[in-house]
Write a protein that binds this ligand. Structure first.
Ligand SMILES: N[C@@H](CCC(=O)N[C@@H](CS)C(=O)NCC(=O)O)C(=O)O
Length: 226
């Protein structure tokens, strides 16, 4: 059975796993699964929190992007994106935790009003999130190497997370504050520019644009109905 990646290409977490699969050269299929548990028992059966991505393996479903990525590394050891050395491997993993948990998840608190048309929050909430994000960005910048990759001289799974998360967080701040979140971190801007040249990043971005248009149409349709 070919590995199946389930979710949609506008999702940054979906794209973290998709980029890993592409960079490693692992054959996979994609199954379009939108989120939203309402009237969707089939989704809750496979992903009880209604989140994507998840992968279908010959043995069953794996939830959450990081366990999916770890499974893929273990099951498909060719072209490793986690170093064999335990210390270097742990450094890749701590970078991913910073990116997923301390940057993306903080920014995600504002996605509803900023990207999906949910009612606006009070200004203090935006300001508090911005402050939190800038503190965590400074911490991330201390541990990320950008030499030229996030964890050093080799492309790793930490790059798969950075490439999909850092742009969306910056676009959130740009929309709210009209400011460049990475103005004091030219290494991040240069890194993201360089990563855009990678063919698999280009494929992920092209699919992301198409999927984002479909997602926006879906949201517009839903708000017309309600
Ligand atoms: N911790 C999860 C986060 C995944 C996530 O938040 N996915 C979003 C799409 S980008 C989602 O499914 N949102 C729907 C929801 O939370 O109900 C992971 O690493 O996979």
């Amino acid at each position: 059975m070919t590995l199946k990646l389930c979710g949609f290409s506008a999702s940054n977490y979906y794209n973290k796993v998709k980029l890993q699969l592409l960079e490693k050269g692992v054959p996979f299929e994609e199954e379009l699964v939108w989120t939203g548990l309402k009237n969707n028992p089939a989704l809750s059966e496979r992903s009880p929190l209604g989140k994507v991505p998840f992968i279908e393996t010959p043995q069953g479903v794996i939830l959450e992007s990081s366990p999916c990525c770890e499974y893929i590394e273990d099951a498909y050891p060719a072209n490793p994106l986690i170093p064999a050395d335990p210390f270097a491997a742990a450094q890749v993993r701590h970078l991913i935790v910073y990116l997923d948990l301390h940057l993306e998840l903080v920014a995600r608190q504002l996605y509803g009003p900023i990207f999906f048309g949910a009612p606006a929050f009070a200004q203090e909430r935006y300001d508090a999130t911005r402050k939190h994000l800038m503190t965590n960005l400074a911490a991330f910048a201390k541990i990320a190497k950008f030499a030229p990759y996030v964890a050093g001289d080799t492309f790793t799974l930490a790059d798969c997370a950075a490439i999909v998360h850092l742009p969306i967080i910056a676009s959130l701040i740009k929309i709210i504050y009209k400011e460049d979140m990475y103005a004091d971190y030219p290494q991040i801007t240069a890194y993201l520019e360089a990563m855009k040249q990678r063919p698999h990043v280009q494929k992920v971005n092209a699919d992301r644009k198409e999927s984002t248009a479909a997602l926006m149409a879906k949201i517009a349709n839903m708000s017309k109905k309600s």
